[in-house]
Write a protein that binds this ligand. Structure first.
Ligand code: ADE
Length: 438
């Protein structure tokens, strides 16, 4: 493990090293459209806007190189603009081959002077080539959505790990990977679990995933949710959001779980709870949001109704066992309508897979609304400022400092013109004393 002294030396050397400055996007002529959409999202991201203005004044990231592996969307573009306003030289790549909005990638390059390496539909080799290009720029701060960049840093780019002041992680799956690295003693850099901040997962995971997942399914298929049976696999924050929004649209919601406490919560919320084998026979639409693999697998496909719709809103395309599905399949009919593949099973049934089993809200729609990404990305930006404030953060998974969460929540309330009460001195005293009882 690098000592604090050697990390400090490596990190300060960064300020003088020169970096490649180029891009790889689908079509620069889309840049003006991308810029219009970025500015539209910006109007709905007031907290991030305030932070961008502060950053432009104070330059907390001056001279630093920042490598971001995130979904390349309008909302992310506004985060990257804030980081650049703070003085960072920004290199961005996609955290998923299908979530890139090509017009946004073009606008980042042409209008924002940000080096962006992301093409919608890129193959696996190109995806990793883009991640490598970002690491070749020798970032001193990194940001990830799913921990692919940090993972590459710890495998192919280990010599560079001591240059990284800290990395921020956006999503549940990424935090799980990072904690596994920490437990294995493999972690070489300080990381911040942005996902675990209340200002992130209580809002983005719940309301963001809830709304954008249902929007994506409706956009791709046009189905009526009222009266349909929607099976939600996983009752974490994302699953809660999806179940609540599906219920709100009139669906009969079934939840599947492996955690007894979460299963009880789902039952007491009024959902049916049962094993997937039972739910498989009943569902019209399946949505996986567990973060684990093979949640819908070879035991389930043949039990499903003819015409059932399969979708995943978890980070990786592993939740629906596609290899097992292919084994049972006689013929795949690609894009019967955009983003919907029909799997004709040997049994004679047809199953419809959305967005190739990749996270449906970003493949079949444009991800979470800007208002909610405002909080997640404000938290990210302030964590970058926190990271840049010291060269000696401990190598471990850090929680987001409480002050940052309070700053984001206070700014968000103020942008919504919501005022709240505050404690009197007497109330504060009561909450910190133990003598008063019955
Ligand atoms: N993750 C979920 N929705 C997103 C969005 N709109 N932009 C970036 N990352 C996201």
């Amino acid at each position: 493990m690098a000592t604090i002294k050697s990390r400090r030396k490596a990190v300060s050397a960064l300020r003088v090293k020169s970096a490649p400055r180029n891009y790889d996007v689908a079509d620069l002529s889309l840049a003006d459209q991308g810029r219009r959409r970025i500015l539209w999202a910006d109007q709905q991201m007031p907290v991030l806007r305030v932070i961008r203005e502060q950053f432009a004044r104070d330059k907390p990231l001056r001279g630093l190189r920042l490598g971001a592996c995130l979904h390349i969307t309008c909302e992310t573009a506004n985060l990257l603009r804030a980081l650049k306003a703070g003085g960072a030289q920004v290199f961005a790549c996609a955290s998923n081959p299908l979530s890139t909005q090509d017009d946004v990638a073009a606008a980042l390059v042409k209008h924002e002077g940000i080096s962006c390496f992301a093409i919608h539909g890129e193959d696996r080799d190109t995806y990793y080539k883009h991640l490598r290009t970002v690491l070749d720029s020798h970032p001193s701060i990194t940001m990830d959505d799913g921990a692919d960049l940090v993972s590459l840093l710890h495998t192919e780019y280990t010599a560079q790990a001591s240059e990284v002041i800290a990395s921020m992680e956006e999503t549940t799956t990424g935090v799980i990977r990072l904690r596994a690295m920490e437990n294995d003693g493999a972690l070489k850099i300080p990381v911040v679990a942005v996902n675990d901040a209340e200002t992130k997962h209580l809002f983005d995971n719940r309301y963001g995933t809830g709304q954008s997942t249902m929007e994506a399914i409706m956009r791709a298929t046009g189905i009526l949710l009222g009266g349909s049976v929607v099976v939600v696999a996983g009752y974490g924050w994302c699953g809660r959001g999806v179940a609540s929004r599906a219920h709100g649209m009139g669906a009969n919601v079934i939840v599947t779980e492996v955690d007894p406490i979460r299963a009880l919560q789902a039952a007491m919320e009024g959902y049916q709870v049962m094993p997937m084998k039972q739910a498989a026979k009943l569902g019209d639409v399946f949505i996986t949001v567990t973060g684990d693999k093979q949640v819908i697998n070879g035991d389930h496909f043949d039990l499903m109704k003819d015409g059932a719709i399969l979708s995943n809103s978890g980070h990786f395309d592993v939740e629906i066992d596609l290899a097992a599905l292919r084994k049972l399949t006689r013929r795949i009919e690609r894009e019967v309508v955009p983003n919907v593949d029909a799997y004709h099973l040997r049994s004679g049934k047809k199953l419809y897979l959305l967005g190739q089993g990749r996270l449906v809200n970003l493949t079949c729609a444009e991800g979470h609304p800007a208002q909610v990404m405002d909080m997640s990305f404000a938290t990210q930006a302030l964590c970058a400022r926190w990271a840049a404030g010291s060269r000696t953060h401990q190598v471990k998974v850090h929680n987001v400092p409480r002050e940052i969460e309070e700053e984001v929540a206070t700014l968000k309330l103020s942008s919504m013109a919501i005022k709240i009460d505050s404690l009197s001195a007497e109330q504060k005293h009561y909450l910190t004393s133990w003598q008063t009882g019955t």
